[in-house]
Design a binder for this molecule. Sequence first.
Ligand SMILES: NC(=O)c1ccc[n+]([C@@H]2O[C@H](COP(=O)([O-])OP(=O)(O)OC[C@H]3O[C@@H](n4cnc5c(N)ncnc54)[C@H](OP(=O)(O)O)[C@@H]3O)[C@@H](O)[C@H]2O)c1
Length: 282
Amino acid sequence: MTDDKVCLITGGTNGIGLASAKELASSGVTVTILGRNPEKGLHCVEEIKQYAGHERVDFLLCDLSSQESIRKAAATYLDTQKPIDILLNNAGVMNLERRVTVDGFEETWAVNHLGYFLLTQLLLPRLKERPKARIINVSSDAYSFIKGLQWDDLQFEHGYKSFKVYAHSKLANILFTFELARQLEDTDMIVQTLHPGGVRTGLGQHNHAPFLKILYKLIGPFLKKPENGAKTSVYLCTSPDIEGQEVGYWADCKRRELKSYAKDMDAAKRLWDISLQQTGLS
Ligand SMILES: NC(=O)c1ccc[n+]([C@@H]2O[C@H](COP(=O)([O-])OP(=O)(O)OC[C@H]3O[C@@H](n4cnc5c(N)ncnc54)[C@H](OP(=O)(O)O)[C@@H]3O)[C@@H](O)[C@H]2O)c1
C-alpha cells in the first residue's frame, strides 16, 4: 500500500527524478519535489498531477548548491508537521569546468554529495517517526571509473577532470549510504543506493559543449527513456520486497556487486566525519 506514503524527491524537475515523481505519485504516494527553479517546479507539479490523477503533489524551493537554501527548505517542510516516509536523493550535476558554490565548495561535490548528506541529516528525525521509512540515494556505475576518494584534494583544486569529479561524487553517494545504514542498523529504516542505468536526460547538457551534443546524438538511441531509468528508484522507494534487506547497491531492480573500495567502511566513516565538518554539523 502506497496511498498513505509521503515522498520527498530532489531533482524532481527533470530526467529520472521527474519520471520517478510521476510513477510514485501515480501509485498513490504524496509527492513533494525539491528544486532550484520555482517556475519549472510548478510546471512539473502540474505535469505530475495530471499524470497521477490526484492533487497531492507539491514543490519546495531548494537549491542544493547552497547550504542555506537546504536548511531553509528543510525548516519549511518540518514546520508543516507533515510526515516523510521516503526521501529520494536524486538530484545531480556534471560540469565540464570547475565551478564553486556560494559556500566555497566544488559544485559537483556540493550538489551530488553534500546536498544528499545535509538534507538527509536535517530530515532524519521526521523520517524516524514513521515505520519502515526509506532513504534512497541515486548513485551511478560511474563510481567505478576511480579507485577511491582523492582525500588530499576532495575539491579538485588541482587537475579538474569532469568525469573523474563526477565519479568521485557518485562514489561518495555509495559510501554515505553504507555509513548511514550502519548508523541506523538498530532501527527499521531502509537505506539503499542505486545505478539507474544509462538514461537519456539533461545530465551534463547545460555545459553547451558541441562535442557533448554530438556524443548524446550518437549514444542517445542506446540510452533508456527516463521512465525506464526511474524503475529501480521507484522499486526501492515502494517495494515491500526491500523491507528487512541489508544495505546494498542496485541496478535493474536487482542487487549489483560493488568494488571493494566502495564498501570500505573506514573510508565511509572518514567521509562522514569530513561531511559533518563541511556542512557545519559537527
Ligand atoms: N542520466 C544517466 O545516464 C545517469 C546515469 C547514472 C546516474 N545518474 C544519476 O541520476 C540522477 C538524476 O540525473 P538525471 O540523469 O535525471 O539528470 P538531469 O535530467 O540533469 O536531472 C538532474 C536534476 O537535478 C537537479 N539539480 C541540479 N542541480 C541542482 C541544484 N543545485 N539544486 C537543486 N536541484 C538541482 C536538476 O534541476 P533543474 O531541473 O533545475 O536543472 C534536475 O531536476 C543524478 O544523481 C545522476 O548522477 C544518471
